[in-house]
Design a protein around this ligand. Structure first.
Ligand SMILES: [Zn+2]
Length: 484
């Protein structure tokens, strides 16, 4: 009997204490999401619940509380330990809940299977690019595209200053030795299953992100008709069961994929417009990002145009029979073209403003920094029979910029006594190799030809020629406008 009484008493005390806890802690804060110890993302979502009708603050910022009592907010974390303070005020009573979240910046996962992999493997460095073959010319062989750093590929062969590397079972390419490092023996080249994608508008461009398990080599090519960007990712098999596509895209129409070979995964980016303004491709962690620029307003007015004067400093370029230097003509014409374009309302960025020796990477850096919409390089040609007119020519690397080179050439060959030397494609001039903006190289006339020399060193002729370059650009932009 005694024990029964004491049991009843114990239960009664217990019930009373539970009720009193509820009464005293009227605004208890319960965190239901976000109080993890360690996270790998800087943006961190916190969700909790407290007395309905409270004022709730996360790290001093008021957040919305819903009728159910739930509240939530997003904070951005810095690397390392982050203190989180949630404060709720209900009927004048303030309650605080504190915890810490550790933000760890995730290292790129490189699944290295050490062991007895018997073939040598190389890993790409910054600035690396792939070539189609082992061919060499004065500009360095036919380039496919630039490629990110940190990509491992099996080394197949060595030819002069190039390595032959394996992209997948049936594909190979060549890569300059300067742009790779040999890895330690036993390192296997990567293979990935593709993960989820997202396609979004990031402001001045649309971006496709394809997550992979490791950094795989890729080849990218823009095609016309239909206008699309095709990216072959090697050593990759499709496991993408989730492609998020937002509705506010401007340059991308839709994306698709094909498994073209068992180990070649093809990403197809169909574009909305006939004319393109450039794209870039690079890894962030193990995600491959393809950024496709939006179209600027297709008028010279308001456009940022890069004008590049070839050579400079000790690099004179071609020297004419009478001793005129190409670098001087190029610089003079670059200033004339600048004036022509500015007259029409463009902002012009020069890669060289005086007789200095500016390397190709420095020129590219200037244009990248100024975020140019389009590039025109000015050079003079040399070679061939000095007794006849050499003529004028324009050059492009990427097929999508062929029309730009063509409209400018048409204006130049319409000038009196200017011979057509041709429209030249897939040209290996390094400033044209960036696909990030439309570009054209203008080889005005031949320094080495006597009839051409007379014209190309003449101030009046130079001005006339640059005026026609500007007109050709204008023709191109008119085509762009009409295509919409
Ligand atoms: Zn030149």
């Amino acid at each position: 009997m005694k024990t029964k009484i004491s049991l009843v008493l114990t239960i009664a005390i217990y019930i009373a204490s539970v009720i009193s806890i509820h009464a005293q802690n009227a605004n208890i804060i319960k965190v239901v999401r976000g109080n993890a110890d360690t996270v790998t993302s800087a943006s961190h979502v916190i969700v909790g619940v407290t007395n309905p009708g409270s004022e709730v603050y996360i790290n001093g910022n008021k957040v919305k509380q819903y009728k159910t009592g739930s509240f939530g907010g997003e904070i951005s974390l810095k690397e390392g330990d982050n203190a989180v303070v949630i404060r709720a005020i209900s009927a004048g009573v303030q309650t605080e809940e504190k915890f810490n979240v550790f933000y760890k910046i995730e290292q790129r996962i490189t699944r290295i299977e050490a062991g007895d992999y018997k073939f040598p493997v190389v890993v790409t460095k910054k600035g690396a690019y792939l070539n189609y073959g082992a061919g060499q010319d004065r500009l360095g062989g036919a380039k496919i595209n630039f490629i990110s750093d940190g990509i491992r590929m099996e080394l197949l062969d060595s030819v002069a200053n190039l390595y032959k590397v394996k992209l997948s079972e049936n594909n190979y390419a060549f890569i300059p030795k300067d742009y790779v490092e040999k890895t330690y023996p036993g390192t296997k080249p990567p293979f990935s299953l593709s993960g989820s994608w997202s396609v979004s508008n990031i402001g001045k461009a649309d971006r496709v992100t394809v997550s992979l398990e490791q950094r795989q080599p890729y080849i990218v090519k823009q095609e016309r008709d239909p206008n699309r960007i095709v990216v072959d990712i090697f050593g990759t098999a499709c496991n993408s069961n989730w492609i998020t596509q937002y509705l506010n895209l401007e340059s991308i129409d839709y994306v698709d994929f094909q498994q073209v070979q068992p180990d070649v995964f093809r990403v197809i980016i169909n574009l909305k417009h006939k004319y393109s303004w450039g794209y870039s491709i690079d890894y962030t962690g193990n995600s491959l990002n393809i950024v496709v620029k939006h179209s600027p307003k297709p008028t010279i007015k308001g456009m940022v145009i890069g004008v590049d004067a070839g050579h400079g400093g000790p690099a004179s370029g071609a020297v004419s029979p009478a001793g005129y230097k190409e670098k001087e003509q190029n610089l003079a014409m670059a200033y004339m073209l600048k004036a022509e374009l500015e007259k029409r309302g463009a902002k012009v960025v020069l890669s060289r403003t005086d007789d200095s020796d500016i390397t190709m990477p420095m020129r590219q850096a200037t244009f990248k920094k100024e975020n140019i919409d389009l590039l025109i390089s000015i050079h003079c040609n040399a070679g061939g029979n000095p007794l006849v007119n050499g003529g004028t020519s324009t050059y492009y690397k990427h097929i999508e910029y062929r029309d730009l080179a063509e409209t400018i050439l048409k204006r130049l060959v319409a000038m009196e006594d200017v011979k057509n030397f041709g429209l030249i494609g897939n040209f290996n001039f390094s400033l044209n190799s960036s696909a990030y903006y439309p570009s054209v190289l203008v080889e005005t006339l031949f320094m080495s030809s006597l009839p051409d020399e007379e014209k190309i060193v003449d101030d009046k002729f130079q001005k006339e020629m640059m005026k026609n370059v500007a007109k050709g650009l204008n023709d191109y932009l008119r085509k762009v406008r009409r295509s919409k």
